[in-house]
Design a protein around this ligand. Structure first.
Ligand SMILES: Nc1ncnc2c1ncn2[C@@H]1O[C@H](COP(=O)(O)OP(=O)(O)OP(=O)(O)O)[C@@H](O)[C@H]1O
Length: 287
């Protein structure tokens, strides 16, 4: 199988001196659905942003990122044709990144702007075929009836689904989702995760999704990459996130967690009040 994402020797040190990523090398095959987990501040967002070329790594580390064989960044420099490379990459943000005053359909169709001439993107002029494509994407995420509403009038979960529809019309081969369910209720979270799983399965999209909840990673993603202080401390089957691995991730605090139970709850279980079901507790609270 072809590699969708390849990262080699990537490090990131912010001007504050914070080493957010430390010598990351990994590859993700086309069609994989991979969870990126780790406590708050472990480097998940920073790594996803580097994958999309929204940030560049340390020049001295001579790291590189390629997506579907195309250079995204190398030696601390973003690729010259990054706009074109990015047209293959859909980025889903925790806070949706929609333009609230514009109709949902216009937000979704901005996913096609890389394919249309400049004058049309400035005028926001879309063909009937493009509009139909936008409506179809909205139908697939279950909110076609909202197409004419201002984006700001949608619920958080609906806005996130519109953001995924935008990545769909973009025709992204790789979707990077940065904590897409962090600000959603359990039911909306389930819908968003189901949609990401569907575009992975039906559209053969490679999906990398950062999550705080280990149970969600186990439920949806066959593979998990875990970060701790900018270092990859686990990369393997999500089902292999054993207590020992979690101890490695979270040190002594993991013992408190493990003493509370070993049941891996589903997202549906999370919606019910289950006291001390620690697998359903976001990692931020325990790290
Ligand atoms: N622009 C920046 N300048 C300086 N430090 C930064 C910057 N952005 C992130 N950091 C630091 O880099 C580290 C990694 O941050 P990052 O946002 O990638 O973590 P995260 O795992 O996504 O966290 P969270 O789960 O809270 O979103 C943190 O210590 C953060 O404070």
């Amino acid at each position: 199988m072809k590699n969708a994402i390849e990262i080699d020797s990537l490090s990131k040190t912010f001007s504050s001196g914070k080493k957010a990523l430390q010598n990351i090398s990994l590859s993700i095959q086309a069609g994989e659905m991979v969870a990126l987990i780790g406590a708050s501040g472990s480097g998940k967002s920073t790594l996803l942003r580097h994958m999309a070329g929204l940030m560049v790594g340390d020049k001295a580390a001579a790291g590189s990122v390629t997506v579907h064989g195309r250079n995204v960044q190398k030696n601390g420099k973003v690729a010259k044709d990054i706009r074109s490379v990015r047209s293959d990459i859909g980025f889903v943000f925790q806070q949706f990144n929609l333009v609230g005053r514009l109709p949902v359909i216009v937000n979704v169709l901005t996913g096609t702007l890389h394919r249309v001439p400049m004058w049309r993107s400035l005028m926001r002029w879309f063909s009937e075929k493009e509009k139909a494509g936008g409506i179809e994407a909205l139908r697939r995420v279950g909110i076609a009836e909202c197409w004419a509403q201002r984006a700001s009038t949608l619920s958080g979960g609906q806005q996130q689904r519109a953001a995924i529809a935008r990545a769909m019309v973009q025709g992204a081969k790789v979707v990077l989702a940065d904590e897409p369910i962090a600000s959603l209720d359990p039911e909306s979270s389930r819908k968003v995760m189901d949609i990401l799983a569907r575009i992975n399965r039906e559209d053969k999209c490679t999906v990398v999704v950062s999550l705080h909840q280990v149970n969600v990673a186990i439920k949806y993603c066959p593979r998990t990459i875990a970060l701790h202080h900018g270092v990859v401390v686990y990369d393997g089957p999500s089902a292999g996130l054993t207590p020992a691995v979690l101890r490695g991730l979270y040190g002594a605090e993991a013992d408190d967690i493990l003493s509370l139970g070993d049941h891996i709850s589903s997202l549906e279980d999370k919606a019910k009040p289950v006291p001390n079901r620690i697998w359903a507790v976001p990692l931020t609270r325990v790290a």
